[in-house]
Design a protein. Structure first.
Ligand code: BG6
Length: 494
């Protein structure tokens, strides 16, 4: 890590009273301060629509940090950061606010010696992105000199390829690609960063990492929560735009990519985007065969009753929005020809878990294995909540019989008490300050993800779904099993 980098900057957060800022951004900033990673010359301009003073905002921020931070609240640490937080109330759609903001930013900049460097963080609903960028351009940024400015854009980046292209064209008018950070917080998770290390730093994985030895790959991300208070946003997104277009396809690209020439940002992104480009298009004709969508109805879990999606706040009672998606995906290249990647993600499942299962091919019937059906080897990369690697292989059961049984090795990275993995946002915010965009999506990654997703969404339009089709607290619609049964396979539950 280059310790000589000048990290001085002001973090300008649009949407500072929202959930994301309270749960993720403020705790991440506190955690960075806790580890003494923030520069002395640092400040935060928190912007929201609600009227309040900086002092009131600091009190709210304190509570949020106390509740959500991974490090305990230490008053001394908080004192170091809290006086650098300012609040500005403004209507994102009116120019007056931006004129005022520019003046305030200048004052704060001088007070905290942040040298005019800015990170503009869009933690607002996607429909505001464009307007804010335009207004910043006109009233704030053109007055800035000799400083760097970066923009962080939350997902979803657009709602289809066309809108994403338009949004991108607006961004490039103001920010260079190298200063545009399209955040996908999954890329900041420890085990996602570990995927490349596991693959490329171990002789016993990489030579087998191809269609000759791998039978199929299953990527599952389940959540126990429903849409909570995000019905308004979720109605327009659904699981496909909310999870698949970003997080799930990023996982596919990390698992599927070729080794990059070096660890340079662009070399890694070049390899990732090749995977996204090679995704076999799911057309209208084969959408039925390769996809399953679902929506949760009312249900129970652990003695608790849950509403159905259509009963949630700000959700239409006739909503056709999917809260569950399962896909059968192929990467059309030499390494992966014929290997299905099965992907599934859903809300209101029995538990929260994200994992990748690599199922190896079965051993041919030779030697004394003849009369046995051997279990295939499995490699499981556990992303969350447990972080680690699980490996299943066959061994002889102790005893006089020649009995073969599956045994396992289970490495858990975050089970030891002294390992407290950084939160994704902590790592990512720090990377923005350092100007390292490796763990952010480049425009073409977003573009090719949308190309793939748009085609499925188009296909879905042709047929009205019969929703709800799974009960809250269960593992999703039963068609999900058929998706694999057709291939004479099944979902593996470790
Ligand atoms: C977000 C989605 O990007 O990821 C949410 O918008 C989802 O709907 C969340 O709940 C899941 O993230 P994590 O880190 O809890 O797996």
């Amino acid at each position: 890590m280059d310790t000589n980098l000048d990290l001085s900057c002001t973090l300008v957060i649009f949407g500072a009273t929202g959930d994301l800022t309270h749960r993720k951004l403020l705790p991440a900033i506190y955690n960075l301060q806790y580890q003494r990673l923030l520069p002395e010359a640092f400040s935060i301009m928190a912007i929201g629509r609600k009227d309040k003073t900086s002092n009131t905002y600091r009190e709210e921020a304190y509570k949020a940090v106390k509740k959500f931070s991974r490090f305990p609240m230490e008053e001394e640490v908080w004192k170091d950061i809290s006086h650098k937080i300012y609040y500005e109330s403004m209507n994102f759609l009116e120019k007056e606010g931006y004129i005022e903001l520019q003046k305030r930013l200048q004052i704060i900049d001088e007070k905290h010696h942040t040298k005019g460097n800015k990170i503009y963080y869009m933690a607002v609903a996607p429909e505001y992105f464009q307007h804010i960028i335009d207004a910043l351009h006109k009233h704030v940024i053109n007055k800035e000199e000799k400083s760097w400015r970066r923009i962080v854009i939350e997902k979803p980046f657009g709602r289809d390829l066309e809108s994403a292209k338009y949004l991108n064209s607006k961004i490039v008018e103001v920010f260079q690609e190298k200063n545009t950070y399209r955040i996908d917080h999954y890329l900041g998770k420890e085990m996602l960063q570990n995927i490349m290390v596991l693959r490329f730093a171990n002789m016993f994985f990489e030579p087998l990492w191809n269609s000759k030895y791998i039978d199929n790959i299953q990527i599952s991300s389940s959540e126990r929560v429903g849409v909570e208070n995000r019905g308004g946003y979720y109605e327009k997104a659904g699981a496909m735009r909310d999870m698949v277009q970003s997080h799930m396809l990023q996982l596919v690209s990390l698992i599927g990519m070729e080794p990059p020439n070096d660890l340079d940002t662009e070399s890694i992104r070049n390899e990732k985007v090749k995977v996204l480009k090679a995704l076999k298009k799911i057309t209208q004709e084969d959408v039925q065969e390769n996809t399953v969508r679902g929506q949760y109805g009312p249900g129970q879990l652990g003695g608790e009753s849950f509403l159905g999606y259509r009963e949630e706040e700000r959700v239409s009672v006739t909503s056709d929005t999917e809260t569950y998606v399962a896909l059968r995906v192929f990467i059309e290249n030499f390494r992966w020809a014929g290997v299905p990647f099965y992907i599934r993600t859903g809300k209101r499942m029995p538990q929260k878990s994200t994992e990748i299962i690599i199922q190896f091919k079965s051993i041919e019937n030779i030697l004394y294995f003849k009369e046995k059906i051997l279990q295939p080897n499995l490699l499981v990369i556990r992303i969350q909540p447990r972080e680690g690697v699980f490996f299943r292989f066959n061994a002889k059961e102790p005893g006089t019989q020649q009995k073969i049984i599956p045994v396992q090795m289970d490495f858990c990275q975050n089970c030891q008490l002294d390992i407290n993995s950084p939160e994704a946002y902590e790592r990512l915010l720090y990377d923005v300050m350092r100007g390292d965009s490796t763990l952010f999506a480049r425009w073409d990654e977003v573009e090719y993800s949308w190309r793939f997703v748009d085609s499925i969404l188009e296909g879905w339009k042709k047929q009205k779904p019969v929703f709800p089709n799974y009960e809250a607290g269960t593992w999703g619609p039963k068609e999900t099993d058929l998706l694999l049964q057709k291939d004479k396979r099944g979902w593996i539950n470790i």
